[in-house]
Write a protein that binds this ligand. Structure first.
Ligand code: VG1
Ligand code: CO
Length: 557
């Protein structure tokens, strides 16, 4: 007997607009009857028939609600005439693994169940993100289309009696309305492992570890636990206690699965004991990474991507493909620009969000890119890739036989140092946050603003350029406006303001501060000390404290 598909009547929900990276809302919002179904249907409908007879990849970071949603997606995929769903065991797949699997099996796309670094559990967040056939996050043209569809949805399609076993690896065949429908449950790690094994020299990393480099990897109870254990312990021979917080938990152990100095402070403390020479942490869905050296030496993400670029010859993948170009998101500090300049690579500056790198990669213009928000990656897939970044760093350590700190010192001596910090003000009331942004927009739109001077202590900053960042994609000429207010001073220092597009309640204000130093006597200074006058200037010109009522940020990185 074939399984029957049905159409279910529904009504639009407000606010199903994907942000920087998919739709993210509190679990309580996703739990409303038909809320999830509406968004999944809009996503499948936005594929415009491409899904019919095609393969769809499904996976997620293991957070609360994912079990229910995995089944809903498979049932709806079947009713929307998808021929085959490839899904991770128990639904678990990291974001980079989904990207890898979409490309490997030439799928029409993938649906990722994640709110990334946002907390999980019944009172945390859930999220759904769509990736296209190149393996990358859907561009704005598609996310806008999904949103439009959610505003007028009247019915969704599902196959309620389809009950695949998502716990056991293997292939299951079903007859859905007289069509063949396949569910293939795959080991969460296998395809990803094969890929990184091909693009890195595991032998040299194994040697580095057996020569005595002690590493510690923190999966923050996100999806990366099984990847870390399999790759670092089983494949590369690191001892078992090298991997911590490696059991995926639906609520990430009650923490923010966000690899930064605040939320991964347990790793920082452990590294400060001086036992380990290298430490790293990942976020909930495994696309972000934080890199630490001995004694908790912190590598800023902006420096991390630049160091990888400067040492590309240590990485077998780049030896083979060459470096076609470099890119960073606009608020990311300019260290990568210096590498591009000196090494003669093309450099692109894109808006915040990994989706903006995809076109450049597809056009063979971009090999390596990063964001200040702990995202690093290359064109081996179309997502940022935390474990890839760690393997890239270990490859550099193996080739250079130096410590993380020595590598950074060499880098700063050669290219100069960009001091960078980001202040996050989470959960600010939306109205004053919007007011602040609109004041800033107005301020920089005034041509008389150029040349304005701000003083703090013995420092004076003169405005050289100011705008609300607008990006024209060099490949398809699509335009993205209002991507962040930036004020660039005559000495090259920058202050940038934007509102987060991944928060789920109220507003999160992000303030980014970047300043370049080439005086070798100043390279070792503490970033917070160096940047203090610029931070105060930024707070002053934005009236952030006065408008939001916040005296201190929630997180400083
Ligand atoms: C943040 C970061 C951005 C990153 C995005 C998704 O966005 O700033 O650089 O690409 O998160 O990362 P926003 O709009 O909140 O600033 V992930 O790992 O949460 O998918
Ligand atoms: Co993430």
């Amino acid at each position: 007997m074939p399984l029957r598909c049905i159409a279910v009547q529904t009504k639009p929900f407000e606010g199903q607009k994907p942000g920087t990276s998919g739709l993210r809302k509190p679990v309580t919002v996703f739990k409303q009857p038909q809320y999830t179904e509406n968004f999944v249907q809009a996503t499948l409908s936005a594929m415009d028939g491409e899904q019919e007879g095609a393969t769809l990849i499904v996976g997620g970071d293991g957070r609360f609600l994912m079990k229910d949603v995995s089944l809903k997606i498979v049932q709806m995929a079947a009713a929307n005439k998808v021929q085959k769903v490839i899904i991770g065991q128990n639904g678990l797949l990291s974001t980079p693994a989904v990207s890898c699997i979409i490309r490997k099996y030439q799928a029409a796309g993938g649906i990722i169940m994640t709110a990334s670094h946002n907390p999980g559990g019944p009172s945390g967040d859930f999220g759904i993100k769509f990736n296209t056939s190149n393996g990358g996050p859907a561009p704005e043209s598609i996310t806008n289309k999904i949103f439009q569809l959610t505003t007028k949805i009247a019915e969704y399609y599902t196959c309620p009696d389809l009950k695949p076993d998502l716990k056991t690896v293997g292939v299951q065949e079903f007859d859905v309305d007289n069509r063949n429908f396949t569910v293939q449950v795959v080991d969460s790690v296998e395809d990803y492992l094969q890929m990184v094994n091909e693009i890195f020299d595991f032998g040299s990393i194994r040697q580095l570890l057996s020569d005595g480099l002690k590493i510690v990897i923190n999966a923050m109870h996100g999806v990366m636990g099984p990847y870390a254990k399999r790759i670092f312990c089983e494949e590369l021979g690191a001892p078992e206690d090298s991997c911590i917080n490696c059991e995926p938990k639906e609520d990430f152990g009650g923490h923010h699965p966000d690899p930064n100095l605040t939320y991964a402070s347990d790793l920082v403390d452990l590294m400060k004991q001086g036992i380990h020479g290298f430490g790293a942490a990942f976020d909930g869905d495994g696309d972000r990474n934080m890199i630490l050296g001995k004694n908790g030496f912190f590598v800023t993400p902006s420096d991390s991507v630049a160091v990888i670029g400067a040492n590309a010859k240590c990485i077998p993948y780049f030896q083979k493909t060459g470096v076609k170009g470099l890119a960073r998101s606009m608020p990311t500090a300019g260290a990568l620009d210096r590498v591009a300049n000196i090494e003669g690579f093309e450099l692109f500056e894109v808006p915040t969000g990994w989706k903006f790198f995809g076109n450049l990669m597809d056009a063979d213009r971009l090999s390596l890119c990063g964001e200040e928000s702990f995202g690093t990656g290359s064109d081996h897939i179309r997502e940022k890739d935390g474990l890839w970044a760690v393997l890239a760093w270990l490859s550099i350590l193996a080739a250079r036989k130096q410590s993380v700190k020595e590598i950074l010192n060499d880098f700063w001596t050669k290219y100069g140092r960009n001091f960078f910090t980001r202040y996050d003000y989470e959960n600010v009331e939306a109205e004053p946050a919007n007011q602040m942004m609109s004041n800033l927009r107005q301020m920089v739109a005034d041509s008389g603003y150029i040349g304005k001077e701000y003083s703090h202590g013995d420092k004076t900053y003169k405005v050289a350029k100011a705008d609300d960042f607008c990006y024209t994609d060099p490949i398809d000429s699509s335009v993205s406006q209002k991507q962040g207010v930036r004020i660039i001073f005559e000495d090259g220092s920058r202050v940038i303001f934007r509102l987060s597009g991944t928060g789920s309640v109220g507003a999160t204000v992000r303030m980014y501060i970047d300043s370049f130093e080439s005086d070798t006597a100043k390279l070792q200074l503490d970033a917070q000390v160096v940047l203090k006058p610029l931070v105060e200037t930024a707070l002053q010109l934005s009236q952030l404290r006065e408008l939001t009522g916040r005296q201190e940020p929630t997180v400083i990185t």
